[in-house]
Write a protein that binds this ligand. Structure first.
Ligand code: BES
Ligand code: MN
Ligand code: ZN
Length: 490
């Protein structure tokens, strides 16, 4: 899809399909709309009245125009003007792209209001278009996409926005990589192929990559990560991808993503109805980490970023860790594994210790960590834990810009009592209540004093149906927030 912005106005554009966003309220055909209506032979007014179009958020209307300078007209509702933000633009662009495909439009022009400034507007519209039209057909024998392929899109009245559009395209390439990694099943995406993906990013964009093989993880004392990896026939890969800017970096950051390419539960195996068949998504944190790396590598901020994915499967075999085993993590802490299905936190324990040794200014981890977080916050909102207020503010600001949602959750120290072990320093799970909080408290044991923030993304990495800018399947959440966070440190 070729996206261009132009100074051409709504009134002078001619071509295949024109899409127009209108705010909520009694729509008056006056001023520019009246002129457009004249140009379209009264069809705009007719479409509005015949479909009782009121500009409500999520509403839309479309019609063919017999002959004339424009072939088809699409209207999308933008909701109340006072509520406009960048997400309004993304959602409108997504709705327009889907309708245009249905209408078999190949050349489209979009007229939407400016929110913030023209470049932010062009960026948000581009994101909405690219994310809503991405379809993962890799696993279909016939690759034809539904609807027509949108070839060209012109963003009207925004002037020259080449760099804003290119930036949005780069960010979306990272989101789409994350989606593809999560969509791909566990017989396609394994620790080995995740390592290959990291290699591709490194070689394409000039990042450095260190892959720690099992022996090296052993010598670093990563007993928690390796305990999880034990039963798999596929060797674990601890991926460390590094983006370094040309000059002295303004900040050094680390992103650590849970990278379980499959989570069977281990000997505490996931039973029927547990959603075991969806556990290919359990590398969603690592997928977003690699997606963010791909985007950051293209955006080239003056920030050093370490992308860390401790990749493995959680399987069963004669070599599997037993429930009750005691593991020693790379910071020397001992863990009684009272549940082998709480494996993500074990892999992240060594991931976090490794990240802190890099002497970074801040660490963000992201993980499809607990079903409890999905129960608490549902499918659209991720949980956020941190004892660092300014890091929390930075992340929330980045999330708001991205239109991705995180809700602050408590690091309630008292709940750690439930993780106390008779025999080791701690157990890996506590009682069922507050399950996402005890998981976060567990991770906190592996951080000394670096500002740290934990995201439980078990809900939003996946969507069973079309939802906002996402189609059914992997969402690529929260690549855009991570990218904004790194860029906020630039
Ligand atoms: N990968 C799961 C969490 C998960 C659940 C991700 C649903 C995506 C959707 C995690 O490893 C897990 O199994 N967690 C257990 C923890 C329990 C054993 C304390 C859970 O949530 O049930
Ligand atoms: Mn598990
Ligand atoms: Zn898991």
């Amino acid at each position: 899809m070729d996206i261009r912005s132009t100074d051409t106005s709504l009134l002078t554009w001619t071509g295949d399909t024109l899409a127009l966003g209108l705010p909520e309220g009694a729509i008056e055909i006056a001023g520019e709309l009246a002129e457009l209506n004249d140009k379209l032979g009264g069809n705009l007014g007719d479409l509005i009245s015949e479909t009782e179009f009121e500009g409500k958020l999520g509403s839309s209307a479309a019609t063919r125009l017999g002959g004339g300078p424009i072939r088809k007209l699409i209207l999308v509702g933008l909701g109340k003007t006072a509520d406009f933000n960048l997400q309004t633009l993304r959602l409108a662009a997504a709705a327009i792209a889907r309708l245009a495909k249905q209408q078999k439009s190949q050349a489209l022009a979009i007229s939407l209001p400016v929110v913030g400034d023209q470049s932010a507007t062009a960026g948000a519209i581009t994101e909405g278009l690219l994310l809503a039209t991405h379809q993962d057909t890799r696993f279909k024998s016939t690759k034809e996409e539904k609807g027509a392929k949108l070839e060209t899109v012109e963003l009207l009245g925004l002037g020259e926005q080449k760099s804003a559009i290119a930036k949005a395209e780069q960010i979306c390439s990272g989101v789409i990589l994350a989606r593809e990694l999560v969509n791909a099943p566990a017989n396609t995406v394994t620790p080995l192929t995740m390592a290959e993906t990291a290699e591709q990013i490194a070689s394409e964009y000039g990042l450095s990559l260190k892959i720690l093989e099992q022996e090296e993880c052993e010598s670093l004392g990563m007993g928690a990560f390796l305990g999880v990896a034990k039963a798999s026939d596929i060797p674990p890969k601890f991926l460390h991808l590094i983006y370094k800017p040309q000059g002295t970096p303004k900040r050094k950051l680390a992103i650590v993503g849970k990278s379980l390419t499959f989570d069977s539960g281990g000997l505490n195996i996931k039973g029927a109805g547990s959603g075991i068949e969806t556990m290919k998504m359990d590398m969603g944190g690592g997928a977003a980490t690699l997606g963010a790396a791909k985007a950051i590598a293209q955006l080239r901020p003056e920030v050093e970023v370490h992308f860390i994915c401790p990749a493995t499967e959680n399987m069963i075999s004669g070599r599997a860790m037993h429930p009750g085993d005691i593991l020693t993590a790379s910071n020397g802490k001992t863990i009684e594994v009272n549940n082998t299905d709480a494996e993500g936190r074990l892999t992240l324990a060594d991931g976090l210790v490794f990240a802190e040794k890099l002497e970074v200014d801040a660490i963000v981890d992201l993980a499809t960590l607990t079903g409890a977080c999905v129960v608490a916050l549902g499918d659209d909102i991720a949980g956020l834990w941190s004892s660092d207020e300014s890091l929390t503010d930075q992340l929330q600001q980045s999330a708001k810009l991205a239109g991705e949602k995180f809700w602050p959750m408590p690091l309630e120290e008292k709940y750690f009592e439930g993780m106390k072990s008779q025999i080791a320093d701690m157990k890996n799970t506590g009682p069922r209540p507050g399950g996402s909080i005890t998981a976060a408290l567990f991770l906190k044991q592996f951080i000394n004093n670096t500002p740290w923030l934990h995201l439980d993304i078990a809900g939003p990495v996946w969507s069973d149906k079309e939802n906002g800018v996402n189609n059914a399947g992997a969402t690529g959440f929260p690549v855009r927030t991570l990218v904004n966070w790194v860029m906020a440190n630039n």
